[in-house]
Design a protein around this ligand. Structure first.
Ligand SMILES: [Zn+2]
Length: 301
């Protein structure tokens, strides 16, 4: 969530939170059979990525913000893991506030290039803190999902693309730059973009699923809602806005995704490893795995 433009996402989430107060806290990791074929992970598989991002921030002045070594090291960490796993990765540079920013794009070989399932999360933090829930949690869930695609040697019907955005906290700068660079045909080829921003909040009561009314996007939204409902986890619809899916929405590209809500440590030094609930992080990662697996296997006419 961009600190420079606080916050339509914050407003949407705060509105949702007020509604949610009365909802009893669900069991965060209700064990349920995985969707057909979708793997599941435990916290122990995702949390090491968050620990690595925390260590990167610790050795770079406490943050991983745009234009800093902390952000560059974060990109290097994610890219190395993807290259090892067989992804085709690409760094897309952009310039903002006198510094070079980077978007990391990763394509999994195969699938119909005219029907792209695109999943992303911002990787940068604010300058004030390490950004482990905002948004190391989303970045780690997307990375874990991508690595599981590689582990499974997935042969999707749709083409799978993943992204880690830069300078989101500066106002969705990286994702907006990327979407601007797309041709009309490239944009048309994206069936849906899935965004994760803050996926490990503590004391989560409901998962806030993005509802893209403007583009009549229901396939992904319903897939997320069904995944959570199957596990007795309640959801709440929030509109498109306040994070990188807004850049796609502005270009007429359908989007969905979810958030676990903002924490008290939002944009603060205390948004560190202790600010993420490992079980919530595991549940969020499994939700993304379940939906990516489902949509990857689905053809859209
Ligand atoms: Zn964020």
């Amino acid at each position: 969530m961009p600190s420079r433009r606080l916050p339509s996402l914050a407003a949407r989430i705060l509105g949702a939170v007020l509604v949610l107060a009365a909802v009893p806290a669900p069991a965060a990791t209700a064990a349920a059979p995985p969707g057909p074929g979708a793997p599941t992970v435990r916290a122990g598989e995702v949390m090491p990525h968050l620990r690595a991002l925390q260590e990167i921030a610790d050795r770079n002045g406490g943050n991983r913000a745009h234009g800093t070594q902390g952000y560059t090291d974060s990109v290097t960490y994610v890219r190395k893991a993807l290259d090892r796993a067989g992804f085709h990765t690409e760094l897309r540079r952009f310039s903002h506030a006198g510094a070079t920013g980077y978007n990391l794009i990763a394509d999994w070989p195969g699938g119909d290039p005219k029907h792209v399932l695109f999943t992303g999360a911002h990787l940068d933090s604010v300058k004030e803190g390490p950004g482990i829930n905002d948004n190391g949690s989303g970045a780690a869930a997307v990375l874990t999902t991508a690595l599981r695609v590689a582990d499974a040697g997935l042969k999707p019907t749709r083409h799978l693309r993943f992204a880690w955005w830069g300078a989101e906290e500066e106002g969705l700068v990286g994702s907006a730059d990327y979407v601007r660079s797309l041709s009309a045909a490239d944009r048309k080829a994206i069936d849906v973009y899935l965004n994760l921003d803050q996926a490990g909040s503590k004391n989560v009561r409901q998962w806030l699923v993005v509802h893209d009314d403007a583009h009549h996007e229901t396939e992904a939204q319903r897939a997320f809602e069904a995944w959570f409902a199957d596990r007795g986890l309640s959801t709440f619809d929030i509109g498109v806005g306040g994070s990188d899916h807004e850049s796609f929405g502005n270009a007429g590209i359908p989007s969905s995704g979810f958030s676990t809500g903002i924490s008290d440590c939002l944009h603060n030094a205390c948004d560190n490893l202790a600010n993420v609930d490992p079980e919530t992080e595991a549940t969020s990662t499994n939700a993304l795995l379940g939906v990516v697996w489902k949509l990857a296997a689905t053809a859209r006419n």
